[in-house]
Structure formats: C-alpha cells, structure tokens
Ligand binder design. Structure first.
Ligand SMILES: C[S@@+](CC[C@H](N)C(=O)[O-])C[C@H]1O[C@@H](n2cnc3c(N)ncnc32)[C@H](O)[C@@H]1O
Length: 226
C-alpha cells in the first residue's frame, strides 16, 4: 500500500495493483465528512448532544472513525462506534495518516494505538477511548459478523467498490444490515449504481441520492422501509 496525498491535503492509502484508494483522491477528509459523517445524520445528532451509535463496514485506516469521534468530542456527545475490518493496515500506518489528517485528535489516536497494540486485538478491540467515545472493532469478515437488532443510528457502508468487492453491495448482505438499523437510522455510502439500488429495495430499504463530494456527482443515503 502506498500513502498518497489527496486534493484537500489529507492522506489516504492507495493499492498500486488495483489502483483503488481507501478514500477519494479528490479529498479524503472531505469525503469522510460529507458522505459519512454528514449524510448519515450523525453530525447533526452529535451537534445536538444526542448519543449516537454507528456501524461501519470497512474500518480501513480509521479516517471515518476519526472524523466522527472528533465531532463527538467537540460537542461532548457520546459515540458508540462498532466497525469490522478483515485486513487492518499496520498500526504504524494508521498512526501516520491520523497524525497528518486529524492533528487535533491526538489523545484519541494514542488511546486507539494502545488498544490496537494489545495482544487480544488480533480478533477484537473493544474499549472506551475517551469519556465520549467507545470503539468496538471486530477484526473479521463483515459477512460473518452479527449485530444486535434496532441498535444503530447510522451505518457507514464503506467496503471497496462493487466491482472489487461485490458481496457487500448485494441483497443478501443488505438484508443482514437492515434489522440492525433503528427505525429513523440512515445508511450512508458512496455507491449509487442501479444494481445496488435494486438490492437495497429488495432488502427493504428506501434510498435517496445526494450531491457527491468533489469528483463524484452523486452518493446515496438509505433508510428502513420495513
Ligand atoms: C474503502 S476502504 C475503507 C476506508 C475506511 N473507512 C477509512 O475511513 O479509512 C475499504 C475497507 O473495507 C475492508 N473490507 C472490505 N470487505 C470487507 C469485509 N467483507 N469485511 C471486513 N472488511 C472489509 C477493506 O479491507 C478496506 O480496509
């Protein structure tokens, strides 16, 4: 993996073989903030002091987590963040990117690094990282994870694209996600193609297109129909 600077100055990782980056080359922090933190409704919830629970599929470098956790800390609001990841980048890489991208959130990074370096963090990393932020990171395949019903205010669906990682965009996986979302919860993602939208409908979601961040015309937000 290569570390790359994106157009807003923030860093992400690029897989030189597939040409796929973890975040948009048009702006990594910009994309995390708009597509996930804001579109999911989590920014508004945390700003209003509402405790919020997020499920992320594809923790990657932890940028979505860091942007969300920083917002929770800024507004003194409680965040419970569950994530799964089957190929965590080296902790030193997560650390280097975070120092550059989120320099005002170093105490949270230090707490995260301490937890990731514990021996039991090969399977699961579950800890209160601050007064406001709890992380439950499962280091396994999202297809084999189970989550409680009616629990999450938001789902960040952030595996690689459907062309590289089709299973996460198909109806069977979306049917697993639907019951974990609270009735007023939202699923936020960058994927927007017709096959994905049909899979969402088949699984019981409604959806709405939203303007995308730089470099992407549209992204998507979904909600429970059932
Ligand atoms: C686009 S990157 C995620 C970027 C990340 N959210 C961030 O803020 O840096 C996609 C991530 O999803 C992970 N992933 C893909 N399929 C997965 C699966 N079935 N289970 C768990 N993790 C998966 C990949 O290993 C990769 O780290």
């Amino acid at each position: 993996m290569q570390v790359c600077q994106t157009a807003d100055g923030s860093l992400t990782l690029l897989d030189p073989q597939s040409g796929q980056s973890y975040r948009s080359m048009h702006g990594a922090v910009t994309e995390s903030t708009q597509v996930f933190l804001q579109n999911s409704g989590v920014a508004a919830r945390l700003s209003a002091g509402m405790p919020s629970s997020v499920l992320e599929i594809g923790f990657g470098t932890g940028l979505n987590f860091g942007v969300t956790a920083a917002h929770a800390a800024e507004h003194c609001s409680k965040l419970h963040y569950t994530a799964c990841e089957f190929a965590l980048p080296p902790v030193s890489t997560i650390q280097a990117l975070w120092k550059h991208n989120l320099p005002h959130s170093m105490p949270l990074l230090n707490a995260l690094v301490t937890e990731l370096n514990r021996p039991q963090a090969t399977d699961n990393c579950k800890a209160a990282l601050s007064e406001f932020v709890e992380l439950d990171l499962r280091l396994s395949d999202a297809n084999t994870c189970h989550w409680p019903g009616d629990f999450f205010d938001a789902i960040y669906l952030d595996g690689f694209s459907a062309s590289r990682n089709p299973a996460l965009w198909q109806q069977a996986f979306l049917e697993k996600l639907l019951p974990t979302l609270r009735q007023n919860g939202r699923l936020a993602t960058f994927g927007v193609n017709r096959a994905f939208r049909q899979a969402l409908e088949g699984a019981g979601f409604g959806w709405l297109k939203k303007p995308g961040p730089p470099g992407k015309r549209e992204v998507l937000v979904a909600h429970r129909q059932a």
